[in-house]
Design a protein around this ligand. Sequence first.
Ligand SMILES: Nc1nc2c(c(=O)[nH]1)N[C@H]1C(S)=C(S)[C@@H](COP(=O)(O)O)O[C@H]1N2
Ligand SMILES: [Mo]
Length: 351
Amino acid sequence: MTGISLEELQLATRNHGMPLEALRYDVTPVGLHYLLIHYDIPAVDAGSWALTVGGRLANPLRLTLADLGERPVVELKATMECAGNGRARLDPRPVSQPWLNEAVSTARWRGVSVAALLAEASPLDDAAEVVFTGLDRGVEKELEQQFQRSLPLGDALGGEAVLAYEMNGAPLPPQHGFPLRLVVPGWYGMTNVKWLESIEVTDRAFEGFQQASAYRFRLDEDDEGRPLTRMAPRALMLPPGIPEFFTRARTVRFGDVPLTGRAWSGHAPVAGVEISDDGGETWGEAELGTDEGRWAWRSWTHVWRPAALGEYVLCCRAHDEAGNVQPVAATWNVGGYSNNSVQQIPVTVTE
Ligand SMILES: Nc1nc2c(c(=O)[nH]1)N[C@H]1C(S)=C(S)[C@@H](COP(=O)(O)O)O[C@H]1N2
Ligand SMILES: [Mo]
């Protein structure tokens, strides 16, 4: 793997991942939730802020935080994963935010239902997509823009998407989208537009940068590709034993080693998790924990009994009820998206 650039390091220090030991929490404590911010965290004055809901609607709306607070409350536990999670493990490494495995977390979101709000605004017959615009501004590929993403009207009306003003029981913190963000459970991170300024219903497909150029799975520069939507299945393991400070190489004591982790899929419920201690040659079944809801990751456990002292490579992989399973090797792609190849944790078993 070639050396990391100063630009990648600059991104990596702004946008932190979730330390994998935080897989122990059902709901990730806010400060441990991974973070991805393309530009700057915008300054927002809650007193003068309002959300505009416009476009192809019979009843356009303008809503303050107080207006939103008067509407029926919905709450959702959702696992969110950056579409670029796993990017830095591709070779050659696509140069962007260099995630290894840690760009995933789970939060309890509270707010109003997107479907209910759109129903109130009454979409016209020609309504096709819903464009969500954030307040944050920046430049990408020489194009000045605000962060914007769209959802097909059917997904906005039919799913469980939320306009969230609370995260884990407190108002959204600045870095996670204060005062309001979109949460579309099951979809990759970029869908969940932070710092919402407006929602616009359109009669055509949205062609904005973050939709038409970025976040597409493209095999090469000439490939038009397909848009990233739902999260592919993935299981992660809480690294067992203790790490060496600099290499993070792990040591575990000989005996029964309890392994735990979490698994999720945006396509269908997790059907099972398998464990390997030989780098993915042979697999055994892990036990799934309590179902914490369709959109939250599922815990799993497994007691590992190493046969002897020595070196092992621990792996875990998830499959879902739609038959999707994690590959052992990743498919390289231009943006470095959706690399759900199995996690590998080298460990040394000692006396
Ligand atoms: N307005 C805005 N929304 C955004 C982003 C952004 O840069 N600006 N980043 C997106 C991406 S790529 C991800 S992975 C998630 C990360 O959400 P988090 O930082 O709350 O974990 O937010 C998404 N929403
Ligand atoms: Mo992301």
